[in-house]
Design a protein around this ligand. Sequence first.
Ligand code: ADP
Ligand code: MG
Length: 399
Amino acid sequence: MDIHEYQAKEILKGFGVKIPPGGLAYSPEQATYRAHEIGGERWVVKAQVHTGGRGKVGGVKLCDNEQTVFEAANDMFGKKLVTPQSGPNGKIVYRVYVEAGVDIERELYLGFVLDRSTERIMVVASASGGMEIEDIASSEPDSIVRSIVDPAAGLSDFQAREIAFSLGFANTQIQQAVATIQGGYRAFRDLDATMVEINPLVVTRQGAIMALDAKMGFDDNAMFRRPEISELRDKSQEDPRETRAADRGLSYVGLDGNIGCIVNGAGLAMATMDMIKLAGGEPANFLDIGGGASAERVAKAFRLVRSDDKVEAILVNIFAGINRCDWVAQGVVQALEANPVDVPVIVRLAGTHVEEGRAILVDSGVTVIMASTLSEAAEKAVGACTLQTSTTAQMAAAS
Ligand code: ADP
Ligand code: MG
């Protein structure tokens, strides 16, 4: 789960990271009011969307009077920001953050990620901030400092000091830099984050160290014990298909193809997508209905997959271990009886109670295409799509 910049900043502030004064606005009038409240002579109006790279596409604007704050905000509201990180669909701006303009002396990069090879939290930092870490990695790889944190000891002061020194902070700034690094680490640890990124971390002309941008991502599986973080979820920034699935307790990732998949287990879902690709097709989604999927859950998954207009065929691929094929079959029948589909449904069942499952499908009278192996199922799904497309084309040609 991702959150907005202003939310991440508020959290980091609670962990001792300095940020400029700022306020959130839902309208241009409110943005002007925020600027007035903050005072000073320069403000930055920042689009709050769940993506980075806003500066390059007009999502971060420096203003020197309240009128330009109004205009900048007015320009941003309702606009779709497409950045190199947002994906082609972009993100719509519903909130802007107005912040005091800071006199920047230098920009640095400070991030915290989970390093999978060492299974530890890793601090990633660079004295060359202001650009994306991928760009720093390709243009100035030697500037990147990586430091692994021992989970038993935590991030010690000396380790944080070492990182601070390698980033070239002056002696008088070390204490502040250490507090910032420690703050970022504690926020990551204490809140079940999956990443914390401060880019840029700046040194101001007055010598203060501040986070000018902040990004945090959290582990969805830990959100049950972080209600205060869960509350920060902004559904307007998510793929609506994924939001609907999460609300129903299903694990769903929307993709761009036309074959809807209903599968149990993440591994089998990946294998199913691979098989579809191998057969020359493109999956429309990744949907894992989980281990003990009831008939109801299967029916829910069906509704979800069908709500995607791009879907031209649905492939149900179940390997029942804890699950049972007869329950899944009941779910399929239930879903199809309640809402008959106008696209072909291909079903491959294997494992516990497979014979009962098949019998339920055959006896039910609903139209499904049965397959006995995964590759056969994938080929039939791809074939069904091609058939549909050519029939539509023939009909269009005839009319
Ligand atoms: P993004 O990473 O999405 O482009 P940032 O918040 O990093 O957005 O802003 C882009 C750039 O705008 C920063 O690198 C910084 O140079 C400048 N900037 C951002 N906030 C401020 C601020 N409060 N005062 C002065 N400059 C800022
Ligand atoms: Mg940034």
